[in-house]
Design a protein around this ligand. Structure first.
Ligand SMILES: Nc1nc2c(c(=O)[nH]1)N[C@H]1C(S)=C(S)[C@@H](COP(=O)(O)O)O[C@H]1N2
Ligand SMILES: [Mo]
Length: 598
């Protein structure tokens, strides 16, 4: 059977990013002039007076609902959409915005400049309409308060739609937030009928200053980017959040706005014009001709461009499951601290080879970010020089994520992508690279992101005794159905299950097995993955399985387990009990989800 699978390819081919998304604030960073040095200064002054996290709008609670995305449901079927709209008109639902809508239908002020004008409506300010703050939009996230969404700089009240629409509970996924990322995936919605219809629901413009947070001025958190409310925070400051699993398994390439965020510190503000990447060869064992180099953003972009599909996974992904055995220290991640993207940039190898660096298996490449801790030490990590120099290692200095410029949360303007390697080594906001005869001295390399025996506790742990995690072990997770979900059994007695699987070190996933009867019978999933060679297979695999269930069990609870197998025939361990470790990393046992058969 070929692993090259069809379904996602059509989706991937239709994936043409490029829509502006307010929620990420990714277009305002160049306006915030600052260079690395100023940033350090600013942080020093500011640190210590960080206010506690303010109450944040609680829209997130809405988004625990499973299901397919707003764009898919809401704008998937044009015919359906027209019917819904017609129905809405017939019922003549009066809302506070009806008048504005009537005004809209008479308007001709944005539609007169050529055939493609409709494509710009959502990015054009409507002077005849009021301006809202993002906060206002976020408050409108229930049927009672009204359902508002933003698209581009437009604010839309789609309340009238909701009661008429069969999938209305799922529409709530987008309530009070930006729909841009959904539309970036479902490009077929970007057509005249749909955009015209949407424009009739326009009630205003989003206020431009909403792209920069204005609270906590003077605190290190003052310049945090806006995030899409679908990202469910495990912690607000620093910002750490994962997307709903249902969205993860829907997209072979995780939309940038929904890609999990793992920050240890405030997001640095970097002006790309003054950005500099220092490269230093600290040891003569590297045999380099030159030992010092500074690269501007333009210098990096001028190097040959290389793209690689790679999943990035936090070392603590799925920690919350390990915690059920016994508590651990760390953020309580679900299974969403992972994402898959196409990354593009210059090869680190090219930079090092140009400086004459020679292969040496005892050397390391230290990577430092522009984000500073309160003692002004940067976030840092290191990887073996052999990985950095390996042509098949595909280590890149990335400036693009899914063909868009990196956004601030994911490392603007440059981050290193170390495919197959734990998230922690994929240093964002990269400002310094050092080739050395030792690993990074940073806390994150030395005293974190290491595995230990289940019997090691905080009294006995010696971090010098375990190697830093590099390549990640094989894992998988069931993304739909969600735990506790009522799942329809098909007429022929099957339930459909979908999820992701991935292994580190470039090892390809060769099989994903599922069971609904605690291992008495296993069913092999169909894989969707790239056709990259083993050893260089850095992207994840999505999978779908139809599992037969006993129809007598309808109304009962059933537990589904997934386990993935990689190309080295490594397989996930059965339980967490025997892989438990005090930091809750490498949490890769079978994924188990209890569902209700319906
Ligand atoms: N400079 C810097 N790089 C960093 C981090 C950080 O806090 N600062 N977090 C690391 C960790 S632990 C992970 S899991 C990934 C998360 O990448 P993402 O936020 O783009 O998903 O970034 C890594 N790179
Ligand atoms: Mo991480």
């Amino acid at each position: 059977m070929s692993f090259l699978i069809k379904a996602t390819y059509s989706l991937r081919n239709s994936y043409k990013p490029g829509l502006r998304c307010l929620s990420t604030g990714q277009y305002n960073h160049t306006l915030l002039s600052n260079n690395n040095q100023q940033h350090k200064q600013q942080y020093r002054y500011a640190s210590g007076n960080a206010k506690g996290a303010k109450n944040q709008t609680a829209v997130y609670t809405l988004f625990t609902l499973g299901g397919i995305t707003l764009g898919y449901l809401f704008f998937d079927n044009l015919e359906n959409l027209k019917k819904v709209a017609a129905q809405a008109n017939k019922n003549n639902v009066k809302t506070a915005t009806t008048q504005i809508k009537e005004q809209n239908s008479n308007k001709n002020d944005v539609s007169d400049d050529g055939d493609d004008a409709y494509k710009k409506w959502h990015s054009t300010e409507r002077k005849d309409l009021p301006t809202f703050k993002l906060e206002d939009v976020q408050k409108h996230n229930t049927l009672e308060k009204g359902i508002w969404v933003t698209y581009g700089i437009g604010v839309y009240d789609i309340t009238d739609f909701i009661p008429k629409h069969p999938g209305s509970d799922k529409i709530m996924l987008g309530a009070g937030s930006a729909i841009d990322p959904f539309w970036a995936i479902y490009q077929q919605h970007n057509n005249k009928e749909i955009l015209s219809l949407l424009e009739t629901y326009r009630i205003g413009n989003i206020s431009p200053e909403d792209e920069v947070s204005t609270d906590d001025m003077g605190s290190p958190w003052a310049m945090e980017p806006k995030r899409h409310p679908l990202l469910k925070p495990a912690s607000e400051r620093p910002f750490n959040a994962e997307p709903p699993l249902t969205i993860l398994a829907e997209n072979f390439y995780t939309p940038n706005e929904f890609f999990y965020v793992r920050n240890h510190l405030p997001v640095p503000v970097i002006d790309v014009k003054t950005y500099e990447l220092e490269v230093e060869i600290e040891t003569d064992k590297a045999g380099a001709k030159s030992t010092q180099k500074a690269l501007s953003f333009e210098d990096i972009k001028a190097l040959p461009k290389h793209s690689v599909t790679a999943a990035i996974m936090c070392g603590g992904n799925r920690r919350s499951e390990m915690t059920e055995v016994k508590s651990v220290k760390g953020l309580s991640w679900g299974a969403g601290a992972v994402g898959n993207a196409k990354w593009s940039g210059a090869r680190l190898r090219d930079v090092l080879l140009a400086m004459g660096v020679q292969p040496n298996e005892n050397l390391h490449v230290i990577l430092e970010g522009a984000d500073l801790d309160p003692t002004s030490n940067p976030y840092g990590a290191s990887i073996p020089l052999s990985k950095a120099l390996d042509e098949r290692g595909d280590v890149i200095l990335a400036y693009e994520m899914n063909d868009k410029p990196l956004n601030r949360d994911h490392g603007f303007p440059i981050r290193v992508i170390v495919p197959g390697t734990v998230g922690a080594r994929n240093v964002k906001w990269l400002t310094r690279i050092v080739v050395a005869d030792h690993e990074s001295n940073s806390h994150w390399q030395q005293n974190d992101y290491k595995g230990f025996s289940p019997s090691t506790d905080w009294d006995t742990v010696d971090f010098t005794k375990s190697p830093a995690i590099q390549a990640m072990p094989v894992t998988s997770a069931i993304c739909t159905p969600l735990p506790g979900e009522k799942v329809k059994v098909s007429a022929d007695g099957f339930v459909e299950v979908r999820g992701y699987a991935w292994s580190g070190g470039g090892r390809r996933i060769v099989r994903v097995d599922l069971t609904a009867d605690k291992g008495k019978s296993w069913h092999v999933a169909t894989l969707e993955q790239e056709n990259e060679p083993d050893g260089r297979h850095y992207g994840w695999s999505l999978w779908t399985a139809r599992i037969p269930v006993d129809t007598k069990l309808k109304g009962e609870e059933v537990e589904i387990w997934s386990k993935a197998v990689d190309s080295a025939y490594n397989v996930q361990p059965e339980t967490f009990a025997n892989i438990w470790n005090l930091r809750g990393v490498l949490s890769n046992a079978y994924h188990r989800v209890k569902i209700l058969l319906n």
